[in-house]
Design a binder for this molecule. Structure first.
Ligand SMILES: Cc1ncc(COP(=O)(O)O)c(C=O)c1O
Length: 295
């Protein structure tokens, strides 16, 4: 079957180049919107239920009224995936508070805008996969509700570009107290012996779907997962550090601010988690059970 990049806007599928939203859309004017990115492997969406649940939580987090029961998004996601013919796909969903004359006040009776796009899953550069990524620390100057997957991502965009401009692969958001939170679009994992540590999943970070999935895997791989503050200084003494997201899956961290983690390569535990992820994301029905995390 031929692969076609596809868009869905408010009930209609069309080629991406023909998809349009109003200049009065609040997603455009205020960043008044939320989003999700769902992957598909071999033509099947992966962890779609988890992503759609987080979308509902994000909608609640910004008081966006969308009737997920009356107009479920899962069938549209599946239909679009089928129509696109893309095997390994990146499905982007954005819900905005709709198009209305510009005023800060929520518009009354305005339906949300629903945009979904279907594109091939981006390929990660081989160098990053094999040698690990180089992170640059930046001050976490984002808003106080990073657990909401909102499209207001300007601090993330600026931090990512500052890192790229300075010869790094990504930025790691760090508090004034030296606490490492997450990268511009990925969660942080620290490996010390048989322990996997992640920063507290509070309002300061996005609770990653990939993160949650890998925490499930951690128990099966014989690791104990712990959720506690992670300080940048402590990262240099870790056995391994890796970052995770829907797009990058699992990537080793070679260095932070040019100081090597371990010997600067991708460690065996990171490789093991990546292999486990790859095996499970292409399996017929991933074996899901809730993760146990100590806090
Ligand atoms: C800030 C941030 N943290 C973490 C993640 C990873 O989340 P997920 O694994 O659900 O893709 C993302 C993904 O976009 C993100 O934007």
């Amino acid at each position: 079957m031929q692969m076609t990049e596809l868009a869905y806007i408010n009930g209609v599928f069309c080629p991406i180049a023909e998809a349009r939203v109003s200049i009065e859309d609040r997603g455009f004017q205020f960043g008044d919107s939320i989003y999700e990115v769902i992957p598909a492997y071999d033509g099947r969406s992966f962890l779609a239920e988890e992503h759609l649940l987080r979308l509902r939580q994000s909608a609640a987090g910004i008081e966006l009224q969308y009737d997920f029961n009356a107009e479920p998004l899962a069938p549209i996601v599946e239909e679009g995936l089928r129509r696109s013919g893309i095997d390994d796909a990146m499905i982007y969903i954005q819900l905005t508070r709709g198009a209305a004359p510009r005023t800060h006040e929520f518009p009354k009776g305005t339906p949300p805008t629903v945009v979904i796009t279907f594109k091939p899953l981006p390929k990660i550069p081989g160098r990053q996969r094999q040698e690990g990524v180089k992170l640059m620390t930046v001050r976490d100057d984002r808003w106080a509700r990073c657990h909401v997957k909102a499209t207001t991502l300007l601090p993330n965009v600026l931090a990512k570009n500052k890192a790229l401009r300075s010869g790094y692969d990504d930025a790691l958001f760090v508090t004034v107290d030296g606490e490492a939170r997450e990268c511009t679009s990925a969660n942080l994992f620290v490996v010390t012996g048989r322990q996997i540590t992640i920063p507290p999943r509070n309002e300061s970070i996005l609770r990653g779907v990939t993160q949650e999935f890998l925490l499930d895997c951690a128990g099966d791989l014989g690791f104990e997962a712990v959720e506690q503050p992670v300080y940048v200084d402590g990262l240099y003494g870790a056995d391994e550090v890796f970052v995770t997201s829907t797009i990058i899956e699992v990537l080793g961290v070679a260095s932070i601010d040019k100081k090597l983690i371990r010997d600067g390569g991708v460690g065996p535990v990171t490789r093991r988690f990546y292999e486990e992820f790859r095996a499970r994301c292409r399996a017929e029905s991933p074996d899901r059970k809730p993760a146990t995390v100590q806090t």
